[in-house]
Design a protein around this ligand. Structure first.
Ligand SMILES: Nc1ncnc2c1ncn2[C@@H]1O[C@H](COP(=O)(O)OP(=O)(O)OP(=O)(O)O)[C@@H](O)[C@H]1O
Length: 230
């Protein structure tokens, strides 16, 4: 599904990604874990086709990021903020018009599932930070995408909501879609993940099968992360 080969990205002289190579299969949920500034957002934006690259290769279903792949890659980052003047209904209608794969019934049921009662007439400017984040995540997941790129999907949420969101993500994962989740919040996402990638200063420093870590090594992802980051 996603093939990354010797990918490097620089901002001027600063190398944000340095010779990254890995492969993710269809249906997998993969954590992209790294400290602040390690290159997670740069990576997500590159796969989404928002950052051009000269070194290496990014292949989504065998294709470099292009207009066609954008049609089935659902990206959640800080950058795709919802205009404050819009109401929930406005942004829902916008997504219906904008994305062929947006499933409005799925959107409605995700909001019910998380048990968040946001009136559709409410303007984004009147929502809390956590609620806005939930709304943005619900919009991303309501697309029937082949690849979900979720950059810090749990940011700004309290623990109770986080756990509801994780359950919602588990319920909405299917074998035909692949999910890459960049986060700092490791303990809560552990149960979601099939594999983890550790990234440090733009370099891939670990790629693990979570089942192997848990069963063979009897070690949590967080403990492994702390060890590897030292
Ligand atoms: N537009 C930019 N211009 C110059 N440098 C940038 C730019 N965007 C990111 N960087 C730098 O590239 C590196 C990687 O940044 P990136 O945002 O990809 O990391 P991150 O892991 O997502 O961080 P965080 O978890 O804090 O969001 C950092 O050193 C950052 O300062």
């Amino acid at each position: 599904m996603l093939d990354i080969k010797k990918l490097s990205i620089s901002y001027g002289k600063h190398k944000a990604l340095d010779n990254i190579t890995f492969h993710i299969d269809k249906g997998e949920v993969v954590g992209l874990l790294g400290l602040s500034g390690s290159g997670k957002t740069t990576f997500m934006n590159t796969v989404a086709g928002l950052i051009p690259y000269n070194h290496g290769e990014v292949l989504i279903n065998g294709q470099s990021p292009n207009e066609k792949t954008k049609g089935y890659v659902s990206l959640l980052t800080e950058n795709n903020a919802i205009p404050k003047w819009m109401s929930v209904e406005d942004i829902r209608s916008f997504y219906i018009d904008m994305y062929n794969d947006f499933n409005e019934n799925k959107f409605d049921s995700i909001l019910q599932e998380i048990n968040i009662d946001i009136p559709y007439s409410k303007k984004i400017k009147n929502l809390s930070k956590g609620m806005t984040q939930l709304l943005r995540l619900s919009l991303s997941i309501a697309r029937e995408a082949k690849l979900y790129l979720l950059d810090e999907p749990l940011g700004g949420m309290d623990t109770i909501i986080r756990n509801k969101v994780i359950d919602m993500l588990i319920n909405n994962i299917n074998d035909n879609s692949t999910m890459l989740i960049a986060t700092h919040i490791i303990p809560e996402v552990e149960k979601l993940l099939d594999k983890v990638i550790f990234i440090k200063q733009g370099q891939l420093i670990g790629f693990y099968d979570c089942e192997e870590l848990r069963i063979d090594k009897r070690q949590s992802i967080e403990k492994t992360f702390i060890e590897v980051m030292k």
